[in-house]
Design a protein around this ligand. Structure first.
Ligand code: ADP
Ligand code: MG
Length: 695
C-alpha cells in the first residue's frame, strides 16, 4: 500500500486491505473515498475495562486480565455451532475458561503458553470463572501490555462489525492523515487552543485517553463552526455593505401619531421592542430582527407599529401569515387602526378570484396599496411592490426557510421582521436566519383571565365532558383537538378528528352544534366552519392542530386536547393560547393516550404546571431538538457533522468571535494563510459564502 498515487480522494476500492464485500457496506454509510473514511468520526468510545486479578473478580463485571493459555478444545455443539474453548491460567493463578462460538479462525491464534490480555464479562461456573466471546490481545514475550486505550465506536450498518471498521481505520488513517489539508493556520490554532489536523485525526479515532479524544473533537467542532460563522458574518457584512433600505425614523411626531392609532397603550416590553425597531429602521442597513414573545404577548401591535412607521415614510409594508384566517384578522386589525386615514390596506390570499387578485397586484405595483397582508400567496412571482420598505413574517415556524427568505428578497432590500411565539436560542437564530437581532416580549398585557390546565387519561373523561357541557350551557364555546384526521388501520389508539366528531355528535354531546375542521377540507370549507365558530353558530369545534395558529375566538375557553402526549410542549402551549384569549377563565384538558409512557405523563404534568411558553420551549428544545422550533420542514439549520448548536453553544460563540476578528482584519479573506479556510467555506456554503438557502 505504499502506492504513491493513493491520495485521500482515492476510492476505497483501490485499498487492498479492504475486502470487496465490505465496500458496499461502507458505501451505505456514505464512505466511498479515503477522505470519507477519515472524517467518519466515532459516535462514542468504548472505555477499557479495569485491569484486574482474580482476587478482585466479581460476577458479571466486565474486566481485563492477563492470562496464559493452557489447553484448547474444539467441538460442534448440538445446535451445530462451532465452539472453541481455551483453558487459561490467570496471572494470579486462577483458572478461567474462555469460550467462543462460531469463530474457528481463533484456533490459529491460540496455542498453549501464549500470553494474552482478555476482556469480557465474568460468569461464575461455581468452581471457576468463564468468559464468553472475550476480546483478546496477544502479548508477546514479557512485553508490557500495550496501552489500554478507549476504542472508537462507529455507527455501522448490518453486516459491518466494530472490529472490522476499526481495523480498516487502523490501516488507512496512519497512511493518509498527513495528506489532509490543514485549513487552520498556526496562529488560529493557537488562538483556539487546538492541535493540527493530522494529530486531531489520529486522536479522534484512536485517542490515547478520553481527554485526547475530547481535544480532537473540539478541534473539529470549532473548525466546522468557524466555517459556518465565516459564512454568516461574511453574509452579514455583504448585506450591510450593499443593501439600502429606506430610512424610516420614528421622529417624535410620527411616533406619537402612530401610538395614538394603536388599539391599546403599549406595555413596557412592547415599548422596548418598538424602540429597537425604530432604531433599526432609521438606518439604511436593512433591519434583520426577530420579535419573540409568548402566545398572546401582543406581538401584533408591535408589528403594526413597524408597518405604520414604514408607511409614514411613504413606503409599502407587507405581512405574511400562515393561514387565511390569520391574514384576514391582521388586515381587519390594521384597517380598524387606520380608520379615517389615507392609508390603504389590502389582502392577498390563494383563494381569491382571479380578477380581484389581478386588481390587487396592479394596485400594489402602482403603489396604490400601502399595507399588503397575505398568506403564502405573497410569495408568487407576479407580485411586485412599487416601494417595499418592510417585510414581516408572522408565526415564522409555519414557514420553511425558503419561503421566509423569498419574502424579503425584493429588489429594494426591505427591512425585515420575523415574529415567533417560541424563543429561538441565540445560536439557532444566528444560523437559521443569518444572524438576527432579537427583541423579546416577556410580560403579557394586563387583564388576562387565567387558564387552568388539567391532565387526565381517556378512561377518566366522563366528568370532563359534563364540565364541557356546563360551560356550553353557560354560553362558552369549546375546542376538541385530535392529532389525526381519520382513523388509522394500524393504530386506533390514536384519536382521529373524524372519529371524535362522530362520537361527540352521536353520544357525548348530541344536542350541541358541532363543527369539524382539518387540513383535508378545501379552503372555502375551512373558512365556512371557522366563520360559523367565530359567529358562535357552533358550540364545539373538533379540529386537528390546524387551529394552533391564529384563530382568535375569545368566547372559546374550553379545550380538550386528545393524545396530547404526542405533541411537543410548545405546540401544546400554542394550542392552549387559543383558549385564553378573552376575559373568561380558560380550561384546558390534556388527555394522554391510553398506556402512554411515564415520561409522557411527566411531560404533560410539566405542561399543566407551567404557563410560560419560553420555559416550555426550552424544555422542548432539550427533549426534542430544534426541529420543532423552527418548523417542520426545511428548518434552515446548516447541516453540521459534529458540532451541535445547542450543546456546543459555547464553541459557537467562540467561533463567532474569531470569525469576526478574522473578517475585521481581512474582509475578503485575501491572506494566503487563510486561503484554505476560505476555500472550505466556499465549498460548504457556496461562492457568495451564503448559507445555501437563506436569502
Ligand atoms: P401574539 O403575540 O400571540 O400575536 P396578539 O398580538 O394577538 O398576541 O395579542 C393578544 C391579545 O392581547 C390581543 O387580543 C390583543 O388585542 C391584546 N393586547 C395586545 N397588546 C395589548 C396591550 N398593550 N394592552 C392590552 N391588550 C393588549
Ligand atoms: Mg400573533
Amino acid at each position: 500500500m505504499s502506492d504513491s498515487s493513493i491520495t485521500i480522494y482515492t476510492s476505497l476500492a483501490r485499498f487492498p486491505a479492504i475486502s470487496r464485500e465490505i465496500l458496499p457496506l461502507l458505501a451505505r454509510l456514505g464512505i466511498r473515498r479515503a477522505v470519507d473514511l477519515l472524517f467518519y468520526f466515532p459516535r462514542s468510545y468504548e472505555q477499557p475495562a479495569p485491569l484486574q486479578s482474580a482476587s478482585q473478580f466479581t460476577e458479571n463485571a466486565r474486566v481485563s486480565f492477563v492470562a496464559t493459555v493452557q489447553e484448547i478444545d474444539e467441538r460442534v455443539t448440538q445446535s451445530g455451532k462451532h465452539m472453541l474453548g481455551a483453558q487459561v491460567a490467570e496471572q494470579g493463578g486462577a483458572a478461567v475458561r474462555l469460550l467462543w462460538f462460531n469463530q474457528p479462525f481463533r484456533r490459529n491464534e491460540l496455542r498453549p503458553g501464549q500470553r494474552l490480555l482478555a476482556t469480557g464479562i465474568l460468569k461464575s461456573t461455581g468452581l471457576n470463572w468463564e468468559v464468553v466471546q472475550p476480546q483478546v490481545q496477544l502479548l508477546s514475550g514479557e512485553e508490557a501490555m500495550s496501552d489500554r486505550r478507549p476504542l472508537p465506536i462507529y455507527s455501522l450498518t448490518d453486516g459491518l462489525k466494530q472490529p472490522t471498521m476499526r481495523s480498516i481505520m487502523r490501516q488507512v488513517i496512519p497512511q493518509l492523515r498527513d495528506q489532509v489539508d490543514e485549513v487552520l493556520p498556526e496562529t488560529l490554532r493557537h488562538r483556539m487552543g487546538v492541535t493540527d489536523i493530522a494529530t486531531a485525526l489520529r486522536d479522534i479515532h484512536f485517542p490515547a485517553s478520553n481527554q485526547c479524544a475530547e481535544r480532537a473533537s473540539r478541534r473539529f467542532k470549532l473548525q466546522e463552526l468557524l466555517v459556518l460563522q465565516l459564512a454568516i458574518s461574511w453574509q452579514r457584512q455583504e448585506r450591510e455593505g450593499r443593501a439600502r433600505a429606506p430610512r424610516c425614523e420614528p421622529t417624535g411626531k410620527i411616533h406619537s401619531r402612530i401610538l395614538n392609532r394603536l388599539k391599546y397603550q403599549l406595555t413596557a416590553d412592547q415599548m422596548r421592542a418598538i424602540e429597537d425597531i425604530g432604531r433599526d429602521m432609521s438606518r439604511e442597513i436593512p433591519m434583520n430582527r426577530l420579535l419573540q414573545g409568548d402566545v398572546g404577548s401582543g406581538k401584533t401591535l408591535v408589528a403594526q407599529y413597524a408597518m405604520l412607521l414604514c408607511v409614514a415614510h411613504g413606503c409599502q409594508a407587507t405581512l405574511m401569515a400562515p393561514t387565511e384566517v390569520l391574514a384576514r384578522q391582521h388586515a381587519k386589525g390594521l384597517t380598524e387602526s387606520l380608520a379615517s386615514s389615507r392609508v390603504r390596506v389590502s389582502i392577498l390570499t390563494g383563494s381569491m378570484p382571479a380578477a380581484e387578485r389581478r386588481q390587487v397586484l396592479s394596485q400594489v405595483a402602482l403603489g396604490e396599496v400601502d399595507l399588503l397582508v397575505g398568506t403564502h400567496a405573497l410569495l408568487s412571482s407576479d407580485l411586485s411592490f412599487q416601494r417595499l420598505g418592510l417585510a414581516i413574517v408572522d408565526e415564522q415556524h409555519k414557514f420553511g426557510v425558503m419561503q421566509r427568505a423569498k419574502l424579503r428578497v425584493d429588489a429594494s432590500q426591505p427591512h425585515y421582521l420575523v415574529l415567533s411565539a417560541t424563543p429561538i436560542p441565540r445560536t439557532i437564530a444566528m444560523t437559521a436566519f443569518g444572524d438576527l437581532d432579537v427583541s423579546t416580549i416577556r410580560t403579557k398585557p394586563p387583564g388576562r383571565a387565567p387558564v387552568h390546565t388539567y391532565v387526565t387519561s381517556r378512561e377518566n373523561l366522563k366528568g370532563w365532558w359534563r364540565f364541557v357541557e356546563e360551560q356550553i350551557t353557560a354560553g362558552r364555546q369549546a375546542y376538541v383537538i385530535a392529532p389525526r384526521v381519520v382513523e388509522s388501520a394500524d393504530n386506533n389508539e390514536i384519536a382521529s378528528a373524524e372519529g371524535v366528531f362522530a362520537q361527540l355528535t352521536t353520544e357525548l354531546l348530541p344536542h350541541r352544534r358541532i363543527g369539524l375542521l382539518h387540513g383535508r377540507l378545501t379552503g372555502p370549507e375551512k373558512e365556512k366552519v371557522l366563520e360559523q365558530f367565530v359567529a358562535a353558530d357552533l358550540d364545539v369545534l373538533v379540529a386537528t392542530t390546524v387551529v394552533e395558529v391564529g384563530i382568535d375566538v375569545p368566547n372559546a375557553t374550553v379545550m380538550t386536547i386528545l393524545d396530547a402526549n404526542r405533541l411537543g410542549l410548545s405546540q401544546l402551549h400554542q394550542l392552549r393560547g387559543r383558549a385564553s384569549r378573552g376575559s373568561h377563565t380558560g380550561y384546558v384538558c390534556a388527555v394522554a393516550t391510553s398506556g402512554s409512557e411515564a415520561s409522557d405523563s411527566a411531560r404533560l404534568e410539566a405542561f399543566a404546571k407551567c404557563d410560560d411558553g419560553f420555559e416550555l420551549a426550552e424544555m422542548d428544545l432539550k427533549l426534542r431538538g430544534p426541529g420543532d422550533l423552527l418548523g417542520t420542514s426545511q428548518s434552515g439549520l446548516p447541516p453540521l457533522r459534529i458540532a451541535n448548536l445547542i450543546e456546543d453553544a459555547e464553541l459557537v460563540a467562540l467561533a463567532q468571535q474569531i470569525a469576526r476578528e478574522i473578517l475585521s482584519h481581512d474582509a475578503q479573506l485575501q491572506s494566503p494563510d487563510l486561503e484554505k479556510l476560505k476555500q472550505q467555506t466556499i465549498r460548504r456554503y457556496g461562492q457568495s459564502m451564503q448559507l445555501s438557502d437563506v436569502g
